[in-house]
Design a protein around this ligand. Sequence first.
Ligand code: APR
Length: 308
Amino acid sequence: MKKRNKIAMIGSGQIGGILALLTGIRKLGDAVLFDVVEDMPQGKALDLSHLAPVFDLDFRVSGTNNIADIAGADVCIVTSGVPRKPGMSRDDLIKINADIIRSVGEGIKEHAPDSLVIVITNPLDVMAYLMQKVTGFDHRKVLGMAGVLDTARYRSFLAEEMNVSISSISAFVLGGHGDTMVPVRSYTTCNGVPVEKFISAERLDAIEKRVRGAGGEIVNLLKTGSAFCSPAASAILMAECYLQNKRKLLPASAYCQGEYGVDGLYIGVPIIMGGNGLEEIVEIELSDNEKQQLNKSVEAVRSVVSEL
Ligand code: APR
């Protein structure tokens, strides 16, 4: 009998709850919410199972404090950790979140050894690296979600600036998920027309600066946590590409072995995502300035990895 897809949320806080909601809405399969906080994942699961009949969604959600309940998961999406508070950088989270990733990584390795793991916990590229080391999974099955979100932010600001449909804007943000990320202007277009034809270099500089700081802008407004709807949607898109073998070209934090001159590190690069997880890393030609920016971003990630 064909089994239903099972998507496990490792961490059921702000992002975890939206991930379970979107799993149902996008009809990806059944959701399991795991967290260390007693009763909370069970409460969220019950609430979500009452939403399912409203939209006639045929999906089941359960909540648990026992990581063994993720057994058989096809996809694990990891948000366990602490989010930023105003004034904190993503790298400030490293000590607490690295311990949490080590512990949940062991659980994933034991109970969901065949799953695809999508890491959202920050600092993102470093936590994806650590997750792959702890689980020992094939690097194609451990990816970090950042590029889809950073690119969505770039597209959103550009569409607003040009007053055009969001679907007309195609863009790429590469590099580490931090202040050194690289919005790749040379591949950013409105229906194939370079965005520089419509927006001045000064305005593009300002928009790209806002993209780099967009996560922090939200942290400062929320005051008690970080963005949660758009990160969840971005990870769900990646899960969809895997479960439906879409072979979509998207930016994600992936283990590089010489690509872009990076060896032995997770960094945001364009990948084809399909039924094997990472199908391939696509090398695009960058301008000298973009190459320089990417190298700077790689060094920033490398220095945080060395703190592990
Ligand atoms: N196992 C499982 N869950 C854990 C563990 C653990 N060892 N330690 C902490 N958690 C849970 C917390 O109990 C909390 O419910 O992780 C959840 C995190 O949820 P939130 O605090 O609401 O944070 P969220 O906004 O979801 O962000 C999570 O994603 O974007 C990043 O920077 C962000 O690293 C943060 C992560």
